[in-house]
Design a binder for this molecule. Structure first.
Ligand SMILES: Cc1cc2nc3c(=O)[nH]c(=O)nc-3n(C[C@H](O)[C@H](O)[C@H](O)COP(=O)(O)OP(=O)(O)OC[C@H]3O[C@@H](n4cnc5c(N)ncnc54)[C@H](O)[C@@H]3O)c2cc1C
Length: 397
């Protein structure tokens, strides 16, 4: 049984073939590209986005009738894990682009599908979700981007922040407040090349492959057909996908840590100190053993939550629990792996420094760890104190 075999056993033959395709691609030149770019302090080269698209990966979850693979959530998770073993940020970005094609395929209007789906699936057009603003991330209450009705369309004004791939996207799926009644609506907004849309890179030292940017719109015009979620329905639609996103980020964090533990174990099994391999020294062996224990626990939580999402069952608490635990575990565990290897573990000879710098940011995207605890905390009374099937004496009535 391999580390990921419990996921793989649930995939169709076609999905297993997609995972294999992703594995072969990522383990090739892509792997050195993302690491070399990290060492240069640059994002991975843009041409790799086109190569990933050419593998058919942007159509992974799009509907079969739209030319996509119609793959399950578990398959998407496994494909992203294969990428995350080589670079968490690159995996996050490529998956984000795929998610936008999926959203148009599954939630877009006929007109939006006709205009944008093929370009999104081939990588000719790149898009990103845009909810966060400089004035608020966890709390969407103060969301200040406005959409004002104008002749045959909308005028959008406001600034979005921390947009993944924001430096290069051609469009954003934007959450805005409709000026006339304050309700939230979602728009698919091509950015064009005019003066009404400006962007500024948010430089993340050590993690520039996220290509994070702030995007400012000033009286930016879109047609009526840009509306994706009607006023009043946007928040519910955005939240529908958030549990899946959290599980998915957690799954990638687990894959990055798994790769780090494999690398550290290989190195420590070969490196000699005081007449025997590092791994034969009990103190160090136990440190890596502890990493393996927590890694397996994180993976079990991710698998449970991924199965709930896959089966469209309620995953709110499981998603929050697995994201919080998997991300914390990956940050702690990769650091442990670096320490076990000695100074070389932190050097550019190995990938662990890159993974640590990138995985750290997973604690913010798709809800911070504190917000995960907040969500779990609010569910405690329902999920545990009144646990179904037991009375207050621990008896089953
Ligand atoms: C790599 C990366 C990619 C991202 N991609 C996107 C994207 O594509 N699109 C997009 O819209 N956004 C994106 N984001 C933004 C992300 O969603 C926000 O960073 C996140 O929502 C948190 O918002 P904030 O950073 O403004 O922190 P804040 O909300 O300002 O929070 C600051 C701190 O306060 C804590 N805090 C806040 N409220 C509470 C509370 N009630 N109780 C306890 N603690 C609290 C937080 O946990 C955090 O530690 C991305 C972020 C990162 C790092």
């Amino acid at each position: 049984m391999t580390f990921f075999s419990q996921y793989d056993a649930q995939l169709t033959t076609h999905e297993q073939e997609l995972v294999q395709r992703a594995r072969d691609f990522c383990a090739g030149a892509f792997s050195s590209e993302v690491h070399d770019a990290h060492l240069r302090g640059e994002p991975f080269a843009r041409e790799w986005i086109g190569k990933w698209a050419a593998l058919g990966m942007f159509g992974l979850q799009s509907r079969v009738e739209d030319g996509g693979h119609g793959a399950s959530f578990l398959c998407k998770v496994r494909v992203a894990q294969e990428m995350a073993r080589h670079g968490f940020a690159a995996a996050f970005c490529l998956n984000n682009l795929q998610g936008q094609a999926t959203r148009i395929s599954k939630q877009g209007s006929e007109e939006q599908r006709r205009a944008y789906l093929q370009p999104l699936m081939t990588g000719a057009m790149l898009s990103a979700p845009a909810m966060t603003e400089p004035g608020g991330g966890s709390d969407l209450g103060p969301l200040a981007t406005t959409a004002r009705r104008v002749d045959s369309g909308w005028s959008i004004s406001g600034t979005k922040a921390w947009i993944t791939n924001g430096c290069i996207v051609d469009a954003i799926t934007l959450l805005a407040r409709v000026e006339e009644d304050g309700a939230l609506a979602t728009f698919f907004v091509p950015l064009g090349d005019g003066a009404t849309a400006r962007r500024r890179e948010i430089v993340m030292p050590g993690a520039r492959s996220f290509r994070l940017a702030e995007i400012e719109l000033r009286d930016h015009r879109v047609p009526d057909s840009a509306l994706m979620s009607q006023p009043g329905e946007a928040l519910r639609a955005a939240m529908e996908g958030v549990n899946a996103a959290r599980v998915h980020v957690a799954a990638m964090a687990v894959a990055s840590l798994h790769a780090a533990l494999c690398e550290a174990t290989r190195y420590c099994a070969n490196r000699q100190a005081f007449g025997k391999p590092l791994l034969a020294h009990q103190g160090l062996q136990w440190e890596l053993a502890e990493v393996s224990v927590r890694l397996e626990a994180a993976n079990a939580l991710v698998l449970k939550a991924a199965q709930l999402v896959n089966e469209r069952l309620s995953a709110v608490i499981a998603a929050a629990q697995c994201k919080k635990f998997a991300v914390d575990t990956a940050i702690w565990g990769i650091d442990q792996c670096i320490r076990a290897m000695g100074a070389t573990g932190a050097s550019g000879t190995h990938r662990l420094g890159q993974q640590l710098a990138e995985v750290r940011l997973a604690a913010f995207g798709d809800g911070t760890n504190e917000m995960m605890l907040d969500r779990i905390g609010r569910g405690l009374a329902k999920d545990y104190a009144d646990a179904v099937g037991y009375d207050e004496r621990g008896q089953q009535p």
